[in-house]
Design a protein around this ligand. Structure first.
Ligand code: HEM
Length: 476
């Protein structure tokens, strides 16, 4: 037998050993590359974080979202810039936040592909990786969510708010406890549902405030570290389950409601919203086709009717893509707004003085209630209300997770460091908002700080909606 054949058969006989050796060699090369040769090798930070993303996964999945605190510890130890995963840096320097999160006129900003991969929202503006594609998809949405756009929505928001107050009033004199976190998700979802698809869904009046939607969103968030760490696994499970390469939401699309209801009642809420959105988009498209005339096609208060006439290319107007956009709005719009309202309400209820001051400040504007509602402009002029809102936004943080940004073609200069193009850099609103040099006694809810001696740094570093070209669209 020739020598090569003998070597080959020996190798085959010992394929386990060969595989193990190959694994060890591969790992050694990977570790060496990450520690010594990667463009991030020169940045400080713990070696374990530089070598493997499992470190983040452990803290975020098993310790339920605690990596952000670990990152803070790294900054305390290694300084304002640290390497937190093999592919990402974190900067903790509130004054630099606005230099990372920039508008398109300063620099392009790509989404970091590793962020939110695996969740099946590809094609939405939110997860569009390249700066230019994100701009193209986001630009037509901006007028709808601009100050003028939001002012047009005021009467609708007012009606939903009145319904909400009626529902809370109905508890008067009963001993029942209201879960405000559930109630506010219902309020926000009813508003966003109307904006997205003129929905008549009425979670506010559901006996449990439509808690299924609340649970679905929270479970989804808890599963994010798993889905993001193993996007291929999720796809694999899906393809194995369906033989085809269908992802989670696509699977949901083909399961009949009865089966879904039986599998998990929460998924029905998801399905209900998706169906509302899809039907609304189909109807609007049909109407536009029949009219064939942008002039008489009313965009009304629906973001999707508005999008259809916005000049987006046909490829971006498919029912599937727009339905996913609707899901992004519902998720992004309901949970963060509700969280901020929870915070503020809790502190108002827990503090008699806040409650009294708010009553006094609001009384003149509420004289005509429920016939006449105060306007956005009038409410903006109330200093104590605004201070409560700012402090609520500061301590509810918006999104606690770092929002990694990538400069695709220009290096970023930070102090003596040069961050090469293509590297993801994350900064966290949590770290900004709890920096004691900017907000003394940072973990105390203190609206007073927004009434006297407000420093420019306090305003600059308050970033609950993020900043720059990828900031929150629903901020107004
Ligand atoms: C207190 C309320 C809210 C807070 C604190 C908040 C916070 C945020 C933050 C921090 C981001 C940036 C995510 C990133 O950096 O990638 C974001 C994005 C976004 N938010 Fe909000 N949000 C709120 C309410 C809303 C509402 C009511 C809507 C919709 C009606 C909305 C829609 C969006 C959308 C569509 C994006 C993605 C923007 C893009 O990628 O271009 N948000 N939000």
């Amino acid at each position: 037998m020739p020598l090569e054949s003998r070597v080959l058969s020996a190798l085959l006989e010992h394929y386990v050993i060969v595989a193990a050796v190959a694994g060890v060699v591969y790992t050694a090369i990977l570790v060496a590359h990450r520690l010594l040769f990667s463009p991030l090798a020169k940045f400080p930070g713990p070696k374990i974080a530089a070598v493997t993303s499992w470190y983040e996964f452990y803290h975020d999945y098993f310790r339920r979202g605690k990596y952000v605190f670990k990152i803070k510890e790294m900054h305390d130890r290694y300084g304002p810039i640290v390497r937190i995963t093999p592919h990402e840096l974190s900067i903790h320097d509130p004054e630099f936040y606005n230099s990372i999160n920039v508008s398109g006129s300063v620099r392009k900003t790509d989404n970091y592909e590793g962020f939110a991969r695996g969740i099946d929202f590809d094609g939405t503006h939110f997860l569009s990786t390249s700066h230019d594609l994100h701009r193209r998809r986001r630009k037509p949405l901006e007028p709808f969510f601009s100050r003028a756009g939001v002012t047009r929505l005021e009467p609708m928001v007012g009606e939903v708010a009145k319904r909400f107050v009626r529902r809370l009033d109905s508890y008067q004199g009963t001993d029942q406890v209201i879960r405000l976190d559930h109630a506010y998700v219902a309020l926000a979802a009813d508003v966003v549902g109307k904006i997205c698809f003129e929905s008549n869904s009425n979670m506010i009046d559901e006996p449990n405030f439509g808690v299924e939607w609340y649970n679905l969103l929270h479970n989804f968030i808890h599963s994010l570290p798993l889905v993001m760490a193993f996007p291929q696994m999720i796809k694999c499970v899906c393809s194995w389950t369906t033989v085809l390469n269908l992802t989670f939401t696509r699977i949901l699309n083909i399961i009949p409601s009865e089966v879904l209801r039986w599998l998990d009642p929460r998924l029905v809420t998801f399905e209900k919203f998706r169906d509302y959105a899809r039907q609304h988009i189909i109807d609007a498209k049909r109407e536009l086709e029949e009219k064939n005339d942008y002039e008489t096609f009313e965009t009304r208060n629906s973001v999707f009717r508005h999008l259809l006439t916005s000049g987006l290319p046909e490829s971006d107007l498919s029912v599937e893509r727009l339905t996913r956009e609707a899901q992004i709005f519902l998720g992004a719009g309901s949970i963060s707004a509700a969280r901020t309202l929870d915070f503020i309400s809790y502190y108002i209820i827990a503090n008699d003085d806040y409650l009294k001051r708010l009553h006094v400040e609001l009384a003149p504007l509420m004289e005509g209630y429920p016939k006449i509602l105060p306007s956005f402009v009038e409410l903006e002029r109330l200093p104590f209300l605004q201070a409560l809102i700012k402090e609520g936004l500061r301590l509810s943080y918006g999104v606690m997770h770092r929002m990694p940004r990538v400069s695709p073609d220009q290096p970023i200069f930070y102090r003596d460091w040069v961050i090469p193009p293509g590297v993801a850099v994350g900064m966290s609103a949590y770290m900004n908002h709890t920096d004691p040099d900017i907000y003394p006694d940072p973990f105390t809810f203190n609206p007073e700080r927004w009434l006297n001696n407000v420093t420019p740094a306090m305003t600059r570093c308050l970033v609950p909606f993020s900043k720059g070209s990828r900031n929150c669209l629903g901020m107004k």
